[in-house]
Design a protein around this ligand. Sequence first.
Ligand SMILES: [Zn+2]
Length: 587
Amino acid sequence: MRWSQSLIPTMKETPEGAEIPSHVLMLRAGLVSQVMAGAYTYLPLGLRSLRKAERIVREEMDAAGAVELLMSALTPITLWEQTGRVQAFGDVLIQFAVKRQNRKVQMALGPTHEEVVTELVSRFVSSYRQMPITLYQVQTKFRNEERPRFGVLRTSEFLMKDAYSFDTSIESLNHSYEKMYAAYCRIFDRCGLQYLPVEAESGPIGGDASHEFMIPAANGEDAVLHCASCGYAANQEKAEIGCRDTALPGVPAVPLEKVATPGVSTIEQVSKFLGCQPQQMIKTLIYLADGKPLAVLLRGDHDANEGKVRRAAGAAKLELADQATIERVTGAPVGFAGPVGMKEKIAILADRDVQGMVNGVTGANAADTHLIGVNLTRDFQPDRFADLRNAVDGDACPRCSATLALRHAIEVGHVFKLGTKYSEALNARFLDQNEQLKPIIMGCYGIGINRIVAGLIETTHDENGIIWPVSLAPYEVFLAPVKVTDPASQQATDALYAGLTAAGIEVLLDDRDVRAGVKFKDADLVGIPLRVVIGERGLKEGKLEIKWRWDKAAEFIALDGAVETLAQLIRQERADGKRFRNTVVKK
Ligand SMILES: [Zn+2]
């Protein structure tokens, strides 16, 4: 491709509204252009990288035995009603009515395709002999984003690979899941991504039933807890907290005392007003666990993890109590709840860290009043202690004695054992060997294709621009003739371009009549892996300057046989990606 014939609108300045490197660089390198908040056009260079990511995903899905199909993006709303996901998705589901003759048809743009694929399978798969089978597609998904941001990382329209496995037993599901997990590792390796598979909330199957593939990145919106010592990794929703001796500080207990805190109710306000630290406060949250009020005690600087609270309470459903319930059980307005002297006797669960607190501060179950000098056993006694909070940086690893580190990350993939939720709702059943009718056991597996591209850029760039691995680069070789008008240079450039193209190498020829400095800056910005400079002096000496985007120094190769030398370098890097990995990917 000749630069002058493509559409590559590079920019010098950081575009307005772009906050993170991948967003800035995708705009500056002319990969994408925003159509509206949450929707982008992929320009020629961006589309080439997106297609390469897509191809890698397809190749590995096929190699893992998954079968490709293509489902419609338009879906009838009735399908989503059958699984209760109209409510579950809420405003995220983009739905609308269209007129067909004299009636209105309500439809939704698919945010994912469990419903469509399960309904499909229910029609064509009815015997254990037809399984296991894994179906996948690469398709545009639609999810209304309340706050589209971070460029293509969070949009309302995005390209996704979604796969669905159908099995007759949990053992068989586990096997399908492992195949997808292994394929994901190969995909992200081939894409040159530094990724971390982390445990995620497992849903109905329980156990080790869900993993997210995360790219650690400073600007990532997901939080991951990682133990460098044993490798344990989980997202914040799932991360367990190991036990650590909570030796009581050697502080004597002081008497319980009521203090007036007029109009002061949040942890922040109270700690400021009373001059204490948030970690000295006992946060009291009132929940409804299966409709029954439940008090949850946490250290003031900790956040409740509702999944953990729900499991500890043995409840199917957990929600924060409404104002009326809080006032009824505490006898005080919202904001003044505490474990001492609640009006109604309700179950109290306390986080394990509350055990180590001495002379705590908490609401007094009376308006504008708090208690200080609150001590366990003497003043209150929870029914049980449990791990109820989100893990934070520095917590103990649940698997070994080391410490968890909190890392921000971008989620690029998710594998999930679904069980029979959708097959039961949509009546996808099969006859087993004994002619028994059973629901099909499912798994689902997603990869955000746009996120592969943006995630790579987010972690692999420098101050000058993008650094692509050959596997995802829009072009593999960047040809930069210093003087396009010089006949000798023109001849050498044309020969290289024709030779490399004939050899199957993807070449971007910068044929613009601009200063060499401008070409070099753009070459670095768009990040093509191998830059070849055709300069006057080199030509006279029979040499070409070549430089890998990630190397500091350039080197020279002989002009004679240059096509074969360059083609060989690219073929080698295509095959193993070693140069990129050894230089760019930090482990
Ligand atoms: Zn560990």
